[in-house]
Design a protein around this ligand. Structure first.
Ligand SMILES: [Ca+2]
Length: 147
């Protein structure tokens, strides 16, 4: 073996061992945050950036909201006519929690969401209701990202 290479070998071995140790932690990197979603506002940025291939988990942990005066519902929404023109997402429970990544199509979150996403961008959340003027309340939501 060339003496120069022989001298480099222990250093290279140490670097490789360090990389092997760090690799499992890199692949299981997790980011999480608690986000408030207001019933009376449209798409709200969570400030969380999602990348295609990430496992995205969203869970309603506290609070209630209403799409009209006097109601009280959780992230599953009020049910009702899923084809009502008052919905942002058709065929989804009125007042359910819904999400969107960047400019992609919205998806139902409900009480719990757990999927590997295929889009990249900022995660937005809102209530499934187009008429925000008579809404009240807010949901507290835990967002967890694993990449
Ligand atoms: Ca409303």
């Amino acid at each position: 073996m060339n003496p120069k290479i022989r001298r480099m070998f222990p250093l290279a071995a140490v670097v490789l061992m360090l990389m092997a140790c760090l690799l499992p932690f890199r692949s299981a990197a997790e980011e999480s945050g608690v986000v408030q979603v207001q019933a009376s506002e449209g798409w709200q940025s969570t400030g969380i950036t999602v990348r295609a291939g990430d496992r995205l988990r969203i869970r309603h942990i506290e609070g209630e909201w209403s799409p009209w005066l006097g109601g009280s519902y959780d992230a599953a929404g009020s049910g009702g006519d899923p084809l009502c023109r008052c919905n942002v997402m058709e065929a989804v429970s009125h007042a359910a929690l819904i999400g969107r990544i960047g400019d992609a199509n919205p998806f139902l979150v409900g009480r719990e969401y757990d999927h590997t996403v295929s889009e990249s961008g900022t995660l937005f959340l809102r209530i499934n209701d187009t008429d925000l003027a008579d809404n009240s309340g807010e949901l507290e939501v835990l967002v967890r990202l694993t990449r």
